[in-house]
Design a protein around this ligand. Structure first.
Ligand SMILES: CC(C)(COP(=O)(O)OP(=O)(O)OC[C@H]1O[C@@H](n2cnc3c(N)ncnc32)[C@H](O)[C@@H]1OP(=O)(O)O)[C@@H](O)C(=O)NCCC(=O)NCCS
Length: 184
């Protein structure tokens, strides 16, 4: 008998995979990073911040930092998003409820692939699996006001993630960031 439920995929299913970053992915991620990493007020590009993340990606592949990055690879082979994991900064760690939290960082999905196709959700699922593999006990994350419209609603909808506080002045005086957490 044909199982209709499994035959008909929900509209937001991502037909691809979240997998660990490889060297050849980093150049493909550059335009995705550039499209989101902009000055909050002027929308000016912030190339130093973009190249800083790309450097950290390179270092993570050489084992020179405590980061792990994943990418979302579409069925076509195109890289359509990224997400990262690291030991939390002190300011974010203070919100954790368990002994060995990891911090979710740098979640970015290509402009034409975001919102409702499930790419971000697939990246978070992949990240959680990797965090468990590395014996982390919790995911914490913060998101500054730059991403209030584009990111906060996503985190609020993620199952079992809760807002656990606000990190005051995290991105400069008066620039606060809500913090979310999920125990693994
Ligand atoms: C945040 C981001 C990574 C999420 O990835 P995504 O591929 O858009 O997320 P998904 O398609 O898996 O969305 C999962 C659900 O959240 C919803 N959602 C996504 N972004 C949302 C937002 N900003 N506000 C409200 N809901 C949102 C989706 O509609 C979807 O809902 P559904 O399950 O009812 O269909 C992506 O939108 C993005 O790159 N945003 C711009 C950069 C950014 O803000 N990054 C966060 C930095 S902290």
């Amino acid at each position: 008998m044909v199982d209709r439920e499994s035959e008909v995929a929900p509209e937001h299913s991502f037909f691809g995979e979240a997998r660990l970053l490889r060297e050849g992915d980093i150049d493909q991620l550059k335009p995705i990073l550039e499209s989101w990493i902009k000055d909050r007020e002027t929308q000016e590009p912030l190339p130093k911040e973009v190249s800083g993340i790309m450097d950290e990606m390179q270092k993570s592949l050489r084992g020179e930092n405590d980061r792990t990055y994943l990418v979302a690879e579409a069925g076509s082979g195109e890289i359509v998003g990224t997400i990262g994991l690291k030991k939390p900064e002190a300011r974010t760690r203070g919100f954790a409820k368990t002994q060995n939290p990891a911090e979710l960082i740098n979640a970015y999905v290509a402009v034409d692939q975001r919102r409702g196709k499930g790419v971000g959700r697939a990246l978070v699922q992949g990240l959680e699996a990797e965090a468990r593999r590395q014996e982390y006990t919790e995911i914490v994350l913060n998101s500054g006001p730059r991403y209030k419209d584009t990111g906060w609603g996503f985190y609020d909808r993620l199952p079992n993630y809760e807002r656990v506080g606000v990190a005051q002045d995290l991105y400069g005086k008066g620039i606060d960031a809500p913090v979310w957490s999920k125990t693994l």
